[in-house]
Ligand binder design. Structure first.
Ligand code: TMP
Length: 242
């Protein structure tokens, strides 16, 4: 089972992934957690080039795209596919949808060209389920600003202006509309514990989990806003363009 998390910077993905990983392990799943860009020794070097502010200032969007895809190709080949083939659950912090949203909708690169390059990089691998942590671009930037103030890793894309983040957000919404079976939208404008409970509930149809997920400490009741997808799917799933 291949699960990806998507959302604006500041949407809280990292915290949620840590908690979800613990929860899945407690319920008997073998789980590998990774992130993009990065997740391998080569990918971590590419991450530095991509996200380090000083050296990446004038990076052309096409160069940026190819570097994200280079990191992804390495991660899929070295880590994700072997783990999925061994029967484990992979949780990845960002995957192909980030490229469509940021390089496609954000920077305006041609979506059809992106599709070919992304498919080449992944060999056509698609997530079984993608959790989109939904908060508005403005809220996300506010949270992000606070987090970097308190020591979170700063990244070059933090310098982008509000209209860029609005295009990214609109892009995600388009992607979700186009693939409603793969995406689950989680209302992430709530405390981390509430968001975690929403995620656990949403994953019940996909994984062997208690039908009444246990609440993280002090979690209020779950919201009715989340959308759950109905079917279980087998992994690895392939894009038909491969
Ligand atoms: P994060 O690791 O804190 O999520 O930061 C990664 C940054 O890289 C984030 O601003 C989104 C961006 N990004 C892209 O622009 N394209 C991509 O394909 C990926 C994976 C990330």
């Amino acid at each position: 089972m291949f699960i990806t998390f998507e959302g604006m910077d500041g949407s809280g993905k990292t915290t949620q992934i840590v908690q979800l990983t613990d929860y899945l392990r407690q319920n008997g799943h073998r789980v590998l957690t990774t992130r993009e860009p990065g997740g391998t020794a080569i990918g971590d070097q590419v991450r530095k080039i991509l996200l380090d502010n000083k050296e990446g200032e004038d990076m052309h969007p096409r160069a940026e795209l190819l570097l994200f895809c280079a990191s992804r190709a390495q991660l899929v080949g070295e880590v994700i596919t072997p783990y999925l083939e061994s029967g484990g659950v992979v949780i990845c912090d960002r995957f192909i949808d980030s490229t469509y949203a940021y390089q496609g909708y954000g920077h305006g690169l041609n979506l059809e060209s992106l599709r070919h390059i992304i498919t080449f990089a992944t060999g056509g691998l698609l997530p079984d389920v993608t959790l989109f942590l939904d908060i508005s671009p403005r809220k996300a930037l506010e949270r992000r600003a606070k987090a970097t103030l308190f020591g979170d890793e700063y990244n070059r894309l933090d310098d982008m202006e509000m209209p860029f983040h609005e295009r990214v957000y609109a892009g995600y919404k388009d992607l979700i509309l186009a693939q409603p079976d793969r995406f689950i939208v989680i209302d992430a404008d709530a405390t981390p514990d509430v968001v975690q409970l929403r995620i656990r509930t949403a994953l019940v149809p996909y994984l062997n989990l208690p039908t009444q997920p246990s609440e993280p400490p002090r979690a209020p009741k779950s919201s009715s806003k989340q959308k759950t997808a109905p079917m279980k799917k087998k992994s690895p799933r392939k894009d038909n363009l491969s």
